[in-house]
Write a protein that binds this ligand. Structure first.
Ligand code: ATP
Ligand code: MG
Length: 716
């Protein structure tokens, strides 16, 4: 098979320029990823390179799997080399060479929830509480300390025997040090590596061990990176370390699709690539093979509103289709209704469900959509997340309601220690034994034994009073009121706030909204029991059999992917752009995100929004991104409410005035006073452009520290 067949001239150039440094800068859907996959196949089939000598880096595991499949089809070879994310590749390196850092091959890769478990052990051992430092702050602190790039950390973590770490942990005097050394100790004890460690350990090995670095450098004859616009400084360093021997580096990216600057990605790496490496060949591509001209025109007119951008327009090659459709509902329920109706229409016309994808900015948006899909028996599947009613905080909240009306053991078990009431495993065992011996519920067991010594110094008495009071007073009150009150008075929401779980709080707010809607549509008859029956229906309903399902995912997850029919739901101020957007650059990133969302669509694109109120109670306006799209490129399914549009414009104008100018990376000069979220106030002593970091003397520390540009520093 001729690999070059079907590729355009620019793509062929990208595929066949195999030696040296090559950069492709091109728009969405212009065939970058396809060129990258073809290049892999070309290297193997036409140049006879061994697949195991090629490293191909993708942004997500999902895209790595897709890439491997594409390449397998092209080469027919089962050995597809290193097609992976940066983290995945680091796991491969460490599996082979972890001995260099005295780690066994079967080390453990840990995620946030594992980190929280370790933190829980440390807090328990050292008598710390969330008031000393909430978990999310502790995780941030650990990450900051690690990303500060201090050699000591690696000496601590790698060179120090476990015993010494243990001593540091137990002799630490500040909360911060206790947590940090406690965490390092826990990590080392079970040979665990968190995401930051994966890259840093690999870098450490490459820096400290010339022999190992050379081995990998020699092995990887060709290195290719997709989605280069979102590379962060550590990944960049790793790439530099790897390509130094053969000097064959191929990168592709689109500046308009940078959506991870909040996590440290830096577009300068793509734009300055030619200044960093010798004889860079740059290939620009402007043809779009994904979307209909109508979709592309709308997306182009949106992204043109970004000020900080290099102008480029994509040229459509796909057949013409319908205009981008815009649904403007009065309520979120109506919006979801329209979406479901349209899906049914499409399905009747022969469009399989799996060709339809619903995209959204925030997870909580799925609640309304899911309810309608379930009701209409449209099968669906959620990528990147759980069904709304399966989410932890939703289940917890419903169990609080169940405690009010039925006090069943399952509900009791779920929430008795959430928030912490000092009723852990041991006390639960006691209650369980008592309950089975006396044939009563766990809640009764608690009530009968509340005066016993084992239950002294626990929150048992308060909990009983809480439930009793609610059971007595809830009769006749609206369920939404009861739910809000119990989440507040039980301390459950406060717990989420101290943990910093904004997404969970958003989900709870959406649940309250759902209860409220249920009440207003069902009339006066509703009570907690009715509501729980209604909710149970959703949580147990099957989302449909087989593979032909509508897909639901966040825009971040959809990066790099494409779908025939796309709905972007919840296109409202406060949702998309997110209400957390505070800066001018942040707003431009939101617009790029909207651009990414729009350019996923192949045949038809729908943008939907609804009036009503936001989670914080503010009135909900259509998104500025709808206004950004030229009016003649949109088809509204009902007459546009011009008054609403005018009000939205006023609202957008007002809120834009509140956006802060971003601290420009390069304008913070030596001498500037700044505040660091963990280390406090300090003075920038030096600006190190090549390391993308400042050297800062903090008031609280004797020595200077190197802090990455992307750290959250505030000018004082
Ligand atoms: P994104 O910026 O969203 O990651 P991309 O530039 O990586 O997009 P691809 O996913 O590679 O774009 O390609 C988009 C679509 O266009 C794919 O369906 C691909 O098969 C098709 N395509 C790519 N190149 C060509 C071509 N030369 N002729 C026809 N179709 C093409
Ligand atoms: Mg791509």
């Amino acid at each position: 098979m001729d690999i070059l067949e079907g590729l355009n001239e620019k793509q062929i150039e990208a595929v066949t320029t195999t030696e040296g440094y090559v950069r492709v800068i091109a728009g969405a859907g212009s065939g970058k990823t396809r060129a990258l996959a073809s290049r892999f196949a070309y290297l193997v089939n036409d140049l006879g390179i061994m697949p195991g000598h090629i490293l191909c880096v993708t942004f997500t595991n999902k895209s790595a799997r897709e890439m491997a499949m594409r390449i397998h089809r092209l080469t027919g070879d089962n050995d597809t080399g290193y097609i992976n994310t940066f983290h995945g590749f680091c796991v491969s390196v460490l599996q082979e060479d972890s001995f260099a850092v005295s780690y066994p091959k079967n080390f453990l890769v840990i995620d946030n929830s594992d980190i929280d478990e370790m933190l829980a052990i440390i807090y328990e051992e050292m008598g710390l509480t969330l008031r000393d430092m909430p978990f999310n702050k502790a995780r941030d602190m650990i990450e900051m300390k690690k990303c500060v790039w201090e050699p000591e950390y690696y000496k601590d973590m790698i060179a120090m025997p476990l015993q010494v770490l243990y001593e540091r942990y137990h002799t630490a005097t500040t909360v911060q040090d206790i947590i940090f050394y406690g965490y390092l100790y826990q990590e080392k004890k079970c040979f665990a590596l968190d995401y930051n460690d994966l890259i840093k350990f690999t870098l450490y090995i490459f820096e400290e061990n010339e022999e190992i670095r050379l081995k990998w450098q020699k092995l990887l004859e060709y290195i290719m990176l997709d989605e280069f616009q979102d590379i962060d400084p550590l990944q960049y360093k790793l790439m530099e370390a790897l390509c130094g021997y053969h000097n064959n580096l191929f990168i592709v990216g689109d500046p308009d699709q940078t959506i991870y600057t909040w996590r440290g990605a830096n577009i300068r790496f793509l734009l300055d690539f030619d200044k960093k490496f010798p004889n860079v060949k740059t290939i620009l591509m402007n043809d779009n093979y994904r979307s209909s001209p109508e979709i592309l025109a709308a997306a182009n007119s949106l992204i043109a509103k970004n000020k900080n951008r290099f102008n480029k327009n994509l040229i459509a090659h796909r057949p013409s289709g319908p205009k981008v459709t815009c649904f403007m509902g009065k309520t979120a329920g109506e919006e979801a209704d329209r979406v479901a109706k349209e899906i049914i229409e499409l399905h009747k016309k022969g469009v399989p469900y799996k060709d339809i994808t619903l995209l959204y900015r925030a997870h909580y948006v799925t609640r309304n959509l899911e309810e309608k899909l379930l009701k209409k028996k449209i099968p669906y599947t959620i990528y990147s997340g759980t069904q709304f009613f399966g989410r932890m905080e939703i289940k917890d909240a419903l169990c609080y309601l169940r405690m009010i009306v039925s006090q069943d053991d399952m509900a009791f078990r779920r929430i008795i220690n959430k928030p912490k009431r000092n009723i852990g495993q041991r006390r639960m065992e006691f209650l369980t034994n008592y309950a089975s011996e006396n044939g009563c519920t766990l809640f009764e067991a608690l009530r009968k034994n509340v005066e016993e010594p084992t239950l002294k110094r626990t929150g048992a008495a308060d909990f009983i009073e809480l439930i009793d009071t609610f059971a007595k007073d809830s009769e006749g009150k609206p369920v939404s009121e009861v739910l809000s009150a119990i989440l507040d008075e039980s301390g459950y929401e406060k717990m989420l706030r101290t943990e910093g779980s904004q997404e969970r709080l958003d989900n709870l707010a959406e649940l309250k909204q759902s209860v409220f809607e249920y009440e207003t549509t069902c009339g006066e008859e509703t009570n907690i029991v009715h509501y729980l029956e209604h909710a149970a229906l959703f949580s147990s309903m099957d989302t449909g059999e087989g593979q032909d399902k509508v897909k639901l995912m966040t825009v971040h997850t959809a990066k790099g992917l494409e779908f025939p029919y796309v709905f972007i739901c919840g296109m409202n101020e406060g949702i998309f752009p997110s209400r957390k957007t505070r800066t001018v650059n942040g707003m431009e990133e939101e617009r790029r995100l909207a651009f990414v969302a729009m350019t996923r669509a192949e045949k038809a694109l729908y943008i939907t929004e609804a009036g009503g109120a936001n989670l914080d109670g503010s009135p909900r306006y259509p998104s500025r991104f709808i206004l950004d799209i030229d009016r003649d490129k949109l088809e509204f399914d009902s007459p546009v409410d011009e008054q609403l549009m005018k009000e939205t414009m006023v609202y957008v104008g007002r809120s834009t005035a509140f956006l802060q100018e971003d601290k420009d990376e390069t304008t913070m000069e030596a001498g500037t006073r700044v505040r660091h979220p963990v280390f406090g106030p300090g003075t920038i002593v030096e600006v190190d452009g090549s390391a993308h970091a400042y050297l800062i003397k903090f008031d609280s520390m004797p020595t200077m520290r190197q802090i990455s540009f992307h750290a959250r520093l505030f000018k004082l």
